[in-house]
Design a binder for this molecule. Structure first.
Ligand code: SF4
Ligand code: SF4
Length: 429
């Protein structure tokens, strides 16, 4: 078990999950994805580009928000409802418990950077094939799921492949989410993924400029950031900055938050977590400059209070005030259980097409099935979560758990309807 967060050591010994549960999850053998029908690998269609030449050539200024307020069109609002609201209600009405709403498709497990907290890449592992990507989307389409998040590693390592996935998934009616460290997000790539229909770009940046252990920085990608923010209005996607609070970036977090606010985009915060479970290839156990130690708690607490103050003043943030405040509890290992829905309403698809309930469980060998043949068992998931929930700060799964409540959803939809669905900031508090 790791003793971080909450240790005075600069070194972590291993992982946060209870060692018995970890051992159980590392046993067994994952199923293999059945061969394609007829033995012939499937291919994704070649995207048409540009699909909307009139948009590509239109001046950006014509689409900029008037009076600083962004306007969402009716088709954009309907598409968001198709992605999130309708699958939620279907998942409530259908029998059984396995009704995914969001799926993370790991199109890559390689990365061009090396953030010192990250165990989520291995440059020896081959990326997803077109066959697995297409069959994953087709299989998800046969379920309730209509939100597809590409995931890695770095998802844009093969920009043409990412473009194909976004194009195909959008044509099938998915609401597509693209996280990236931004280093490969050149203007031509932005135009292509935007034209294909991407709905949100999650730009992960932890530092203003590159610093020890934190290569995801704004300075090296500033021109791409400006281009991305500028084009969002005419293409109809949104952008937010995804920032991981570590022991060595507290000033950077404030600077990035101010930059996002000045540019009219939202922010999403994570608190630096050591690996949940065993990952053979994680190599930063010793002398890690990013992991939080007890002597950092006071300064991080002040930063969290500053973020809460900014959110109360109207700055756009994905995390609710309550959620930000819970980061302090998490640092002190005082998190309560929170009814995680992973494996039932969210899942991950690894590069080889096998399934797992969530990102922290990527390296588990437990057999949760594959695309076209899932094996998510509510009893097994519930037993496992008795141990991992208290150690887990998964933002998406916390939001899903909080929102998986009819009264909250109806109250939120009613409030948004009163505002013509023009004020959706992704936080249901
Ligand atoms: S950019 Fe993302 S995937 Fe790559 S090392 Fe950093 S956190 Fe991990
Ligand atoms: S609490 Fe949920 S998201 Fe976190 S590790 Fe456990 S199953 Fe995964």
């Amino acid at each position: 078990m790791s003793d971080l967060p909450g240790s005075s050591a600069a070194t972590i010994s291993s992982y946060r999950l209870d060692s018995t549960v970890n051992e159980e999850l590392m046993q067994g053998e994952r199923s293999k994805v059945p061969p394609p029908r007829g033995g012939v690998a499937e291919l994704l269609p070649e995207p048409v580009f540009p699909q909307k030449p009139e948009l590509l050539n239109a001046p950006d200024e014509a689409f900029m928000p008037k009076n600083g307020k962004r306007h969402w069109t009716s088709p954009q609002i309907y598409h968001a409802m198709q992605g999130w609201a309708f699958p939620y209600f279907r998942s409530r009405l259908l029998r059984g418990e396995f009704h995914p709403i969001i799926a993370y498709l790991f199109n890559e497990w390689k990365c061009n950077l090396d953030c010192n907290y990250c165990w989520a890449y291995d440059n020896r592992v081959r990326g997803m094939t077109e066959d697995i990507a297409k069959r994953s989307i087709d299989w998800l389409h046969s379920t309730t799921c209509r939100v597809l998040a590409l995931m890695g590693g770095e998802v844009l390592l093969r920009p043409n492949f990412a473009h194909k996935i976004i194009y195909y998934a959008t044509k099938k009616g998915f609401w597509v989410y693209l996280p990236t460290n931004g280093r490969l997000m050149k203007p031509d790539v932005i135009d292509r993924v935007a034209d294909a229909g991407v709905k949100t770009v999650n730009l992960a940046v932890d530092a203003w400029d590159i610093k020890p252990g934190l290569p995801k920085a704004m300075v090296p990608i500033r021109q791409y950031f400006n281009y991305l923010v500028h084009k969002q209005y005419k293409y109809g996607y949104s952008v937010f900055l995804n920032i991981n609070i570590c022991r060595n970036n507290l000033k950077d977090v404030r600077m990035l938050t101010e930059l996002a606010h000045d540019n009219g985009i939202a922010t999403d915060y994570h608190i630096c977590e050591s690996p949940m479970m065993e990952h053979d290839d994680f190599k930063h156990f010793e002398d890690n400059p990013v992991f939080i130690r007890p002597e950092d708690h006071a300064a991080i607490g002040e930063l969290i209070d500053w973020l809460i103050q900014k959110q109360n003043a109207g700055w756009q943030m994905v995390n609710s005030v309550q959620r930000l405040a819970e980061m302090k509890k998490f640092m002190k290992k005082e998190l309560d259980c929170w009814e995680c829905r992973a494996g039932l309403n969210s899942l991950i698809i690894r590069t080889d097409g096998t399934l797992a309930p969530c990102f922290p469980m990527y390296s588990a060998h437990h057999d949760w099935g594959t695309i076209e043949a899932p094996k998510m068992k509510p009893d097994q998931l519930a037993a496992m979560k008795k141990n991992c929930e208290a150690n887990c700060f998964s933002t998406l799964n916390h939001i899903l758990a909080f929102c998986y409540n009819d009264a909250r959803v109806i109250r939120w939809l009613f409030k948004e309807a009163l505002h013509g669905f023009q004020g959706v900031h992704g936080n249901m508090e």
